[in-house]
Ligand binder design. Sequence first.
Ligand code: ADP
Ligand code: MG
Length: 423
Amino acid sequence: SPAGTSSALEVLHRVFGYESFRGRQQEVVDAVVAGGDAVVLMPTGAGKSLCYQVPALVRRGVGLVVSPLIALMHDQVDALRAVGVRAEFLNSTQSPDERAEVERALLAGDVDLVYIAPERLSGGSVRSLLDRVAAGPGISVFAIDEAHCVSQWGHDFRPDYLALADLVGRWQGVPTMALTATATEATHRELTARLHLEGATHVVASFDRPNIQYRIVPKDDPKQQLLKLIREEHRGDAGIVYALSRNSVEQTATWLAEHGVDAIPYHAGLDPRIRAANQSRFLRDDGVVVVATIAFGMGIDKPDVRFVAHIDVPKSVEGYYQETGRAGRDGLPSTAWLAYGLQDVVQQRRFIDQSVGDAAHKRKQSANLDAMLALCETVGCRRRMLLAYFGQPTDQDCGNCDTCLNPVETWDGLVPAQKLLST
Ligand code: ADP
Ligand code: MG
């Protein structure tokens, strides 16, 4: 409605201090303010949070936001409070007293947005609390962030997310939103079906990240190659280095630090206090390089990450795209660099064969790996291949990936031929 639209813009200006909606945010906001459901597929950094935050402030009642990561929840709630939004969270880190206080505020209508961990919602007590809120002050919107976590075949499945399906439609007249940066058509179809959102407005934004330069190089001595990348192109820049094992994370971080890089490790095996301290150093200080397993980064909103480097091949194109997408959220030129070796592929095939999943799951993992290998081995434009993978084919080469910048003949054809001739 026109009235809804103008008050949405007013909220955008007054509360968030932004000039205008970006990309396709406005379409989503309009649909939800008018009471409709929405499925939102937008790349990392596009601004999915505002898509539910604005309708939550425009409509009557409290906005419920399901978000999988507790650390992330704290950051989002802090950021909202800083601009005067009454935001709270419900998760397992709270004491009974803190929880009781949030419940009281919810029932009194004193909360604009509440972030809830998915495991909280599988219990009956939070559900009945929310039923009382719906009947009292009201629920403005039910937003499921990182909605690809409902996909059992995806790269980031969380069993608690499956239980969210019964909440969709539970409260009369409350719009449901599912938001994710994972954009394959298969994931889109699966989350739509699982969350019963066939009738929603579906907004699928362009997945291109033109400021990211994609480069995939043959793996030789990955630590040295990485150091060269940092010294020659990213000295003093913030970056993320992904490795598959904790061991390799530790070794690489130590080695980089010995070679003058401000590098720190991050993986699930670290003491939680050290992990939290390392994450906040990366977020707060300039020019920190975090060496991490894929446990690091979902929802991290650091705008000036200048490079993301993979020293092991990712398990899927979805994972690769999400991880590299953490570079350059500020729109400035950034590098996505991957060292790819056949050794990794052999090892990953072995992991899949030895994993405990059923045959269908193994087939899916194997197909994911094959798609990733195809991206590594292509002699065509990497960005075109990525976009085509996400169902957004283009007929233009990008001019900003290694295969466009150094067409394959110059290194794959000529160099080996010269070597042959010179022996
Ligand atoms: P996503 O969840 O899609 O990865 P976020 O919601 O975390 O992205 O937003 C990324 C960044 O973009 C944030 O710093 C946010 O404040 C900023 N942003 C979002 N929408 C706008 C807008 N309309 N104008 C300016 N900045 C915006
Ligand atoms: Mg987000």
